[in-house]
Design a binder for this molecule. Sequence first.
Ligand code: URA
Length: 338
Amino acid sequence: MPKVEKDPTPESDGPEVILTDGENTTLEGDTGLNVGKAVKQQLDSLRRSGLTCLPKGTGQYDFSFDEPPPEIAPQKSPSRLPNQRETVAKSKIEESKSEYSSNLPQPLNPNTEPSRVDSTPTIAAKNKLASVQSKSVDLRPYATPLGLAERQTALQVLQEEVAGCVQCEELADSRNQTVFGVGNPNARLVFLGEGPGANEDRLGEPFVGEAGQLLDKIMGACKLTRSDVYILNTVKCRPPANRNPSQIELANCWGYAEKQLETLQPEFICCLGSVAARTLLKTTQSIGRLRRQFHSYRGSRVLVTYHPAYLLRTPSAKKHVWEDMQLLMKEMGVDLSN
Ligand code: URA
């Protein structure tokens, strides 16, 4: 079990990190040939973990983020035709969907998107973007909860819909498969991650790589197993080269996670990393600001913490995650003392 250490900077936004090229050289002082590439990789990975801005001229990261996200460039709708697997999945969905979708939010069905030839966003695309960029968190109460069998069926139907999704052309073309979510449909606690990586894309299950093994350890320290919880991602396809999902990809995909959450109606949601937290809570704040307190999403209580992939790169942040998990377990009534 992780040791609880006192946070040396309890009021800070998060751990401070010096950006180096691997030899403890700060950005400002280095003119090496590989610096551009190294910096880009470093920035990409830090951004995935919640970093959003660099203070000018210091060479140090500031983990606070109070500015709005960058403007969204309109994207073309998918132009490729669905493959056979996707077409079969779609027709299966059509058969079974009507029975189980009555008390769920309307799906973001790619079939309802008009085909496009220019780059002007359609009204549907604009609505989806507006929904993912909305200024305020969704606090509508959940609908009447479903029984276990109904939940399982609703999730199965949705999983097939997701498997046939081609809304994001690049992701649909590059994925091996969609990664829907796993776990107990009656779970009190849902973990919300960012998006599949290479291992998840290969195996079709969230958090099965190195970050997933760390998540298993975190759960173990909380006396939880995968069968106690439900694990899902904010986007269901692997962004190529593990880049961050774009705003339009988040907008296209978020409706699926919303429907999963509507079906699961968990008491607690733990957001892993800034993509999950910002998308769910409709905020631009840093993990450092969002963690250590409960937020609300619909009927669920939401705790935000660092992403396990960030912990792999920054082990010193593990103590923060352990503090967050202790807070969550206390609230859930889980006794961690023995
Ligand atoms: N990171 C995530 O956010 N999700 C996964 O499924 C794997 C790694």
